[in-house]
Design a protein around this ligand. Structure first.
Ligand code: SF4
Length: 388
């Protein structure tokens, strides 16, 4: 087993590698197709079952100068699509045979159209997801979407989908979900053992590594941090970070929050790993339908999913209780419609529950953290000094 330092270096190298070398190596080794996906969720099991590597494209963080990407979007749009276009135009994504654009917002919808025009030889699918959660309506619609993706992948050279392969892939991703969930649970109990700056790198590694390799990495990390005696609790405030489900904050921002006195005990980062709560149950003869039902009935609550207005914010209150958070930090990307339009209702719910909160916005290439550090530090101190 690697040492903790080696494992974290590997994860950070993967995170910073904007040429997607791990994907290129996988393709050279296996000859398989690699298909990218934008946040937040795609059914990776389906791709895996057909021998396709799902690759999370999460923007370029603060490591890439945007030269051409800005020309595609007006100024009052989030940063993620600019860096994604930039990565496409500079050749970083030429290792991908296609892209899936899940329906999160109009920005992603427009990006899928731009992709079709800019990269006409590549497979592009706008994954329209149901907002009706009955199997007869939303389920039938979603199943049709999945069947379309599967057929398109086969037409481009992927293995045809089989029941046995899909069942095996679901089992692998169930294992992966359980490992991620295990780390989230460990962090809630002992946040000093699992710093969020490290957990985040592991989540990002899972965006580019094959699931088997990612699960091995999670297992090793869990064993190493469970065994270590060098990490000790500090007097930090426990906070839940909410709103960073699509465009991701720079790593420096996460570390800044931790250094400012916050233990992040729950968050919305890289949600593809936790979008389905628990295992996809797959004992029957129709694992594709199992995937559909998991999407309908086990999806987490999110601003990009229909939630009855009367229930908006309740899930956040429940998460505060489960995680033992002492406060909530609303940390959303600038100009993110889904996150920011939901925020007032979420704030109202946690105010009713008497939970302290603060809010700021970021962009994936935010480079100055001093103001955020002061705000988060003051918030953490106020929790420690004045919360009941
Ligand atoms: S950050 Fe928000 S607005 Fe931007 S693409 Fe993602 S969901 Fe859409």
């Amino acid at each position: 087993m690697r040492s903790l330092d080696e494992l974290l270096h590997r994860a950070e190298d993967l995170y910073r590698d904007l040429r997607f070398s791990a994907v290129r190596e996988w393709k050279a080794r296996t000859g398989g197709l690699a298909v990218g996906y934008l946040p937040v969720y795609v059914p990776r099991e389906l791709l895996h079952a057909q021998g396709v590597l799902p690759v999370g494209v999460m923007g370029a963080g603060d490591d890439l100068e945007i030269i051409r990407g800005d020309a595609f979007y007006q100024s009052y749009i989030c940063h993620l699509p600019r860096s994604t276009i930039e990565l496409g135009l500079n050749g970083a994504l030429d290792c991908l045979d296609g892209m899936l654009f899940p329906a999160t917002c109009d920005v992603i919808r427009n990006l899928s159209g731009m992709w079709m025009m800019q990269f006409p030889g590549k497979y592009v699918h706008y994954l329209d997801v149901p907002q009706d959660f009955s199997p007869e309506v939303g389920g039938a619609f979603y199943r049709h979407e999945l069947e379309q993706i599967s057929e398109a992948l086969t037409a481009r050279g992927a293995r045809p989908l089989t029941t046995a392969a899909l069942r095996a892939s679901i089992a692998l991703y169930n294992d992966n979900r359980a490992l991620v969930e295990g780390l989230y649970t460990l962090r809630m109990a002992e946040p000093w053992r699992v710093p969020t700056g490290e957990l985040y790198l592991l989540l990002r590694a899972g965006a580019v590594l094959p699931v088997e390799e990612h699960s091995a990495m999670l297992r090793d990390y869990t064993a190493l941090v469970t065994a270590t005696t060098e990490r000790r609790p500090m007097d930090q405030a426990r906070v839940l970070l909410c709103g960073s489900f699509c465009e991701q904050p720079p790593l420096g921002l996460i570390k800044t929050l931790e250094r400012a006195g916050c233990y992040i005990v729950d968050d919305d980062f890289v949600q593809v790993h936790r979008w389905i709560r628990g295992h996809v149950r797959s004992n029957g003869d129709d694992p594709l339908q199992d995937l559909v039902l998991a999407y309908l009935h086990q999806g987490i609550q999110s601003p990009i999913r229909y939630i009855d207005e009367a229930k908006k914010g309740q899930d956040l209150v429940d998460r505060v209780e489960t995680s033992g958070a002492e406060g909530v930090i609303f940390c959303a990307p600038s100009f993110c419609d889904p996150a920011l339009l939901d925020q007032p209702m979420a704030v109202a719910a946690i105010e009713r529950a008497g939970v302290p909160w603060t809010a700021f916005k970021y962009s994936e290439n935010t480079g100055q953290f001093q103001v955020i550090r002061e705000q988060a530090g003051t918030f953490a101190d106020s929790i420690k000094l004045w919360s009941e």
